[in-house]
Design a protein around this ligand. Structure first.
Ligand SMILES: [Ca+2]
Ligand SMILES: [Ca+2]
Length: 564
């Protein structure tokens, strides 16, 4: 056994080199095995800050081909397969409370018919301070390792060995306003059958302002030569996850980690650190319901496909996944899947409300998940009130919760506004946090009324339509919609923090009852307005005219105005 080792910049301090944990690394030859390829092996030895044994995993990245493979830790395993001879960059990770952190990066040579011994050690995380304290930017690589290879330990998008996406920084429209788009679909870069060019042409044709193509666990589609448009904003994105999925909207790099709740939380944290929206998608999916119990995500896809098209998911869909057999889904998810006789999207709304009731603020989004039919793109459609039509603008609008979802490009538009103190000045829309204002009264303190306005535009549906006000997760008011004047006001004096969201539904008649699941067809829904004990000095400024006018959204031309 020979010991050849070539560190990237300098030798590790000898005191780090206490041999404790042994990992044999072997390589899967991804291409067809050639009998004349010379191979070798590697023995990775990692020690912790007190010279102790440490669980280790390593990614070997071939310097010439870029091909990489990650190997799980083991102790004194026999080498069963050999690594093709060559130069590799080894990303060596230590496990800290179920999350892997890169603690060392070395360049190694795999020798022919021999095993290279790689000694590695880290000094961080000894005593009472955990390893995460030494990863300042939350990108999973400790500061010392970043400094050694020259990435920025304060920049979560600058990660050793992880390519960055350079997205289009253009501003397609400068004005503040409502913009509409599709936030989930798949191309041939993952399991979709749609070509990048066809997806973008379809988006241009139907008049979308933005689209996120969200191929599974890859960002390759963003580098396609046809991934470009002058009229539709392309939001770089990918689908994250196993046994519960999310999209990372405005992606800067790939984000992995999906083996444990702690790892999923680390993924959410990295998304935050990068300024990327972490959006849980289709959480009540029959194939892979959201089993993780983590918090802190930004958004939830509460509407997938046609509202009533899929039945509710049965509870036994839980714990079927590879990685989730040993964990229990949240009580909120279990309760949502236990609801019977409703569609999957209704179960998702129940899950959404359960999280909102815990005072998490979570943006409501839609997504078709189109993968084989171009017609599905834009159904449902998400509207975002954004400072401008740019990636940064749309992400800001989503981050602020200024969204509503409608059945399609021709579906109704739902504006929801709040007037604090009922003084006829509108201060908030969905996503806004508005102050509960109280004043002295003869017998203590009185909460002043908040007046809410709902306006419906582009209403073409016939039949019995209802406007539901959901307050703190429960149906609070319901009114039949007057198609001639679809504007509604209501007043509340919440004595405690409360949220309000709006649903516009059509009551399904007997004839249609069998053609879908559940008894109500959603036409549009908004995310919540939150009333909370924020200081009155934080009262948001009066809303701009563009926003409060119940008319054509500035960023959304009507169907009639569009070409073709
Ligand atoms: Ca770092
Ligand atoms: Ca970094």
């Amino acid at each position: 056994m020979c010991s050849r080792r070539r560190p990237i910049s300098h030798q590790l301090h000898p005191r780090y080199l206490v041999v404790v944990t042994l990992v044999f690394v072997f390589f899967h030859v991804a291409a067809a095995p050639e009998t004349d390829v010379e191979t070798g092996g590697a023995l990775i030895i990692l020690t912790g800050p007190n010279g102790e044994r440490w669980p280790v995993n390593v990614t070997l990245q071939n310097v010439e081909t870029g091909r990489e493979q990650t190997y799980a830790s083991g102790l004194g395993r026999v080498i069963t397969r050999m690594i093709p001879v060559g130069t590799y960059r080894a990303y060596i990770r230590a496990l800290w409370q179920q999350v892997w952190y890169v603690v060392d990066i070395q360049e190694i040579e795999i020798p022919a018919n021999d095993v290279v011994t790689v000694k590695s050690a880290f000094a961080e995380g000894g005593g009472r301070i955990g390893l995460p304290a030494f990863d300042t930017d939350f990108d999973g690589v400790i500061d010392a390792a970043e400094r050694e290879v020259g990435t920025d330990p304060m920049d979560a998008t600058d990660i050793p060995g992880v390519p960055k996406v350079e997205f289009d920084q253009r501003v397609l429209k400068k004005q503040e306003g409502w913009y509409r788009g599709e936030l989930r679909c798949y191309s041939t870069y993952s399991e979709g059958k749609l070509r990048i060019r066809d997806i973008i042409r379809r988006a241009e044709k139907i008049g979308l302002d933005f689209i996120a193509i969200t191929d599974k666990r890859t960002l390759e589609h963003c580098e396609d030569s046809e991934y470009t448009s002058d009229t539709v904003l392309l939001i770089p994105a990918f689908e994250w996850g196993v046994d519960g999925h999310a999209t990372c909207l405005g992606a800067k790099t790939m984000i992995e980690n999906w083996d444990t709740n702690a790892q999923v939380q680390a993924a959410v944290q990295l998304a935050h650190a990068q300024g990327v929206i972490f959006n849980i998608i289709d959480p009540c999916s029959p194939k892979s319901p959201w089993e993780w119990t983590v918090g802190g995500f930004h958004a939830m896809e509460v509407w997938n496909k046609e509202w009533r098209s899929e039945p509710g998911t049965a509870s036994d869909a839980l714990r079927q996944g590879e990685r989730t057999k040993h964990i229990y889904a949240s009580k909120e998810m279990q309760t949502s899947l236990a609801l019977e006789g409703i569609c999957k999207n209704e179960q998702t709304l129940n899950f959404y409300d359960a999280i909102l009731r815990q005072k998490h603020r979570l943006t409501a989004l839609g997504g078709s998940g189109a993968f084989d039919r171009l017609d599905d793109i834009g159904s449902p459609i998400t509207y975002v009130y954004a400072p401008e039509l740019s990636v940064r603008g749309i992400l800001t609008g989503i981050f602020n919760g200024h969204t509503f979802v409608s059945s399609s490009i021709n579906g109704p538009r739902l504006l929801f506004m709040a007037d604090v103190e009922a003084d006829k000045k509108l201060e908030g829309i969905q996503g806004s946090v508005i102050p509960i204002v109280s004043g002295p009264a003869t017998d203590g303190i009185v909460v002043k009324p908040i007046k809410f306005h709902v306006g419906i535009e582009n209403l073409k549906e016939k039949g019995t339509l209802k406007l539901n006000v959901i307050k703190n997760g429960a149906l609070w008011r319901t009114e039949e919609v007057d198609p001639v004047s679809p504007v509604y006001d209501f007043v509340d004096q919440p004595p405690e923090p409360s949220y309000y969201r709006i649903e516009l539904v059509k009551v399904v008649d007997d004839k249609k009852a069998r053609t879908g699941y559940g008894s109500a067809e959603m036409l549009a829904l908004t995310g919540p307005i939150y009333a909370d004990w924020v200081p009155v000095s934080d009262l948001p400024p009066t809303l701009p005219e563009d926003l409060i006018r119940v008319s054509e959204p500035s960023g959304a031309p009507s169907q009639e105005k569009k070409q073709d």
